[in-house]
Design a protein around this ligand. Structure first.
Ligand SMILES: Cc1cc2nc3c(=O)[nH]c(=O)nc-3n(C[C@H](O)[C@H](O)[C@H](O)COP(=O)(O)OP(=O)(O)OC[C@H]3O[C@@H](n4cnc5c(N)ncnc54)[C@H](O)[C@@H]3O)c2cc1C
Length: 404
């Protein structure tokens, strides 16, 4: 049996990006996915401005643009009391994004483009291969056991196994790393048409305990996601379509905007959204993207986090493979790099969750931000992953000049 340098389980953005980056280092990579691409993925399909940097590094940004990715220069956020904030990414001052806009693009297209990029390199890509178990040698992961397209058993060995298999990660589950999260929400998502012009912004409607996001993902096509407490939706299991329609009508400022909509597809549901994943105790294994945990789609950084974590993991994997040492101690530097890269942003997203859960606080913060476009623009840069969150704590900014 051939031994690869790395086996990557899952060919979403995290897995394909990792495979590309490691193959560029001349390493042998096997990339397995249970699906046949293009495959659907429940997602708001917004890519933060900084995701473009990594897509460019991967050599696919021009292809993504050519596939019709819609540029979004900001977000129009409507508070429960109707206060409207038009948050735009900063285009001047100390912080500039890789681009001055985010992108909206269907996952069917984005994930296919990334997978094609992996296929263009010497990556052994196998679709319709479902990984069912890990091969262990004591405290070391040494490979995977999968079922091929016809159900035939398939085993492969490697120095490193990378779990990029998303929220149902078999790699994280097999190693007993998945933990429940106290935030209990679910998302309902569909595609609609017949909504008026969006200009160059996506739209968010905050109406505690719910929020909704509208993203124009292609000409005439809008993705509509509604996030609700899981206990509100649970009694309607099996009738989620009816629940979705009743619920969007209850969002005072959303409903007038979408009342003329025509549905283009089914209502898809997913929850609970948030879960935690502990770092592995085994050698020979890394987790990237959603396989390493997920919080909430409100600030839309999931794809960026998938790509950035793949970047960080590929760097560590390259060093570990060069030293022929994929021990837990060596791979732990990936978890440290992850923490350093995402910790501050995670604090901001937790803070924002506290705000959007309370009607009075959401209104208060929205009215405050409406008076401070400079602060709002900086916050958009933080959400867009190119302004360091500590910039929000600058004393000059906090006591700074007020705009009327
Ligand atoms: C409702 C909702 C809205 C969201 N909106 C946004 C948004 O607007 N912007 C944003 O940036 N993020 C958003 N996210 C988050 C984003 O979708 C994820 O963070 C992102 O898809 C993670 O990428 P990934 O590559 O880690 O996992 P995935 O994209 O889930 O890919 C995992 C891959 O692994 C494969 N796989 C799974 N199990 C196995 C197995 N056993 N064997 C082989 N293959 C396997 C799957 O087929 C899949 O192709 C949203 C999430 C939700 C739930």
């Amino acid at each position: 049996m051939r031994t690869y340098d790395a086996i990557v389980v899952g060919a979403g953005p995290a897995g394909s990006a990792f495979a590309v980056l490691l193959a560029e280092h001349g390493r042998s990579v096997l990339l397995l996915d249970k699906a046949a691409f293009p495959r659907p993925k429940i997602c708001g399909e917004y890519l933060s401005p900084e995701a473009s940097r990594i897509l460019d590094r991967l050599g696919v940004l021009k292809t993504v643009d050519a596939a019709g990715a819609v540029p979004l220069r900001g977000m129009r956020i409507t508070a429960p009391d109707g206060t409207v904030l038009e948050g735009r990414y900063p285009t001047e001052g100390a912080y500039r994004g890789y681009r001055d806009h985010a992108l909206a693009i269907p996952r069917l297209a984005l994930d296919q483009i990334l997978l094609e990029r992996a296929k263009a390199l010497p990556v052994d890509v196998r679709e319709r291969h479902r990984v069912e178990d890990l091969l262990l040698d004591g405290e070391r992961v040494v490979g995977v056991r999968a079922a091929g397209p016809d159900g035939a058993a398939f085993e492969a060995r490697s120095l490193l196994v990378v779990g990029a298999d998303g929220r149902q990660s078999v790699v994280a589950r097999r190693l007993g790393l998945v933990r429940a999260h106290a935030l209990r929400r679910m998302a309902l998502l569909t595609y609609v048409e017949g909504i008026g012009d969006f200009g160059d912004c996506g739209e968010i409607y905050v109406d505690p305990p719910d929020y909704a996001i509208l993203n124009p993902v292609a000409p005439g096509t809008v993705s509509l996601s509604l996030v609700v407490p899981i206990e509100h939706a649970a009694p309607f299991s099996g009738k989620l379509d009816a629940f979705f329609h009743a619920r969007v009508k209850q969002l005072d400022h959303l409903w007038p905007r979408i009342s003329a909509m025509r549905r283009l597809g089914p209502v898809m549901a997913l929850g609970p959204l948030a879960y935690r994943v502990a770092p592995p105790r085994h050698a020979g294994v890394l987790l990237v993207g959603d396989a390493a945990g997920f919080y909430d789609p409100f600030t839309g950084e999931g794809i960026y986090t998938a790509l950035r974590s793949a970047e960080l993991a590929a760097e560590v994997a390259h060093g570990a493979l060069a030293r022929e040492d994929c021990s837990r101690a060596v791979l732990a530097s990936y978890w440290r790099a992850r923490r350093a890269a995402f910790r501050d942003k995670e604090r901001v997203t937790r803070l924002l969750q506290g705000v959007i859960r309370r009607r009075w606080l959401a209104n208060l913060v929205a009215r405050g931000l409406a008076r401070r476009p400079d602060l709002l623009s900086l916050l958009m840069g933080v959400i867009g992953d190119f302004v360091p969150p500590r910039a929000l704590l600058s004393p000059r900014l906090l006591i700074g000049r007020r705009h009327s």
